[in-house]
Design a protein around this ligand. Structure first.
Ligand code: GTP
Ligand code: MG
Length: 310
């Protein structure tokens, strides 16, 4: 039986092997992605992001345990753009949910930056599809940080949780533009620490100023004590209902589909340049001219595009 047939029966080992295969672009990975794409789309994807140490993994652990009570199959992908490691348990200390590994209805995978020729967000998207076909009904994608690469990663989620903590103060100011837009739900975690009400007010004030089709909910939690988890689950359901009833669910997925196509065109165009000896030679010549200022890079780019098409 081939790996995809095994995957369809819920085989975790097949999923792990296939993820490694697409991560490293091993021979045959494109065929795998073509097939899983058509079979996938049923899983609900929840992105969890926020500054380092804000409690994303602790929260994910508690959310998963909560959803497991209703028997749902769950997968967790922990993405760390700053780590070169990938697979297995190397990121275990970042994940802090080892007991979940023992639950047959939960699959955990970590992904680092190593070996992703097309970028970590592309690899994450591929892993989501594979786990979807394996039968995961909800897939959590945890990613540390609030930079550009994290935004890319959670962009493909249906619902994104932004996990913040009291005492961020100036940090919130610094990162506000980025974080206010990507969160569908804001969780003020570590509400056991002083200042959480103030943080909640600051977040709400910033939300008043930022543009949202639907005002994100702000929920307080103490993940470590399992407090506020029901409220977060409820907020996720509420957001999903909003997406479905407003038509945004399909609209967002169409945006992702277009992104995917455009990314493939981009990669393919670049490949057409770099794999063609005639064009590569021209690139070298033009490089010299651009460097010595006898030509500008726009004109050089146009020459190359004309050459590919001829
Ligand atoms: N006081 C308090 N501590 C918490 C709470 N939730 C998590 N922590 C602690 O905060 C620390 C970081 O928690 P993690 O869940 O690993 O945070 P994270 O955001 O996943 O961290 P990175 O993945 O490394 O960015 C741990 O020591 C947790 O025990 C909380 O509600 N209150
Ligand atoms: Mg973590």
């Amino acid at each position: 039986m081939d790996l995809i047939d095994q995957l369809k029966t819920g085989n975790k080992r097949a999923a792990a092997k296939l993820i490694t295969m697409v991560e490293n672009k091993l021979p045959g990975y494109e065929e795998v992605l073509k097939e899983v794409h058509k079979l996938s789309g049923g899983a609900y994807v929840v992105g969890i992001t926020g500054p380092p140490g804000s409690g994303k993994s602790t929260l994910t652990d508690k959310l998963v345990k909560n959803l497991r009570k209703s028997g749902k199959n769950i997968a967790i992908i922990a993405v760390d753009p700053t780590s070169p490691f990938t697979g297995g348990s190397i990121l275990g200390d970042r994940i802090r949910m080892n007991d979940l590994n023992l639950d047959p209805g939960v699959f955990i995978r970590s992904m680092g930056s190593r070996g992703h020729l097309g970028g970590l967000s592309e690899a994450t998207r591929a892993a989501v599809k594979i786990l979807d076909v394996m039968g995961s009904e909800v897939i959590f994608v945890e990613t540390v940080g609030v930079g550009q690469s994290e935004v890319e990663i959670v962009r493909n989620a249906d619902t994104t949780l932004m996990v913040l903590v009291p005492g961020l103060g100036d940090d919130i100011q610094a990162i506000k533009a980025g974080i206010m837009e990507i969160g569908d739900i804001f969780v003020i975690n570590k509400a056991d620490i002083d200042g959480s009400n103030r943080t909640k007010r600051e977040v709400e004030m910033n939300l008043d100023l930022s543009h949202h089709e639907r005002r994100p909910r702000v929920v307080m939690a103490v993940a470590i004590d399992n407090k506020g988890i029901d409220e977060v689950v409820e907020a996720i359901h509420e957001h999903r209902d909003f997406l479905v009833s407003s038509g945004k669910y399909h609209q967002n997925r169409a945006v992702t589909a277009k992104d995917e196509i455009l990314e493939i065109i981009q990669v393919q165009t670049l490949k057409n340049v770099l794999d063609n000896p005639r064009v590569r030679e021209q690139l070298e010549e033009l490089t010299q001219q651009v460097a010595s200022r006898t030509m500008d890079p726009y004109t050089a780019g146009k020459h190359i595009m004309d050459n590919i098409q001829s």
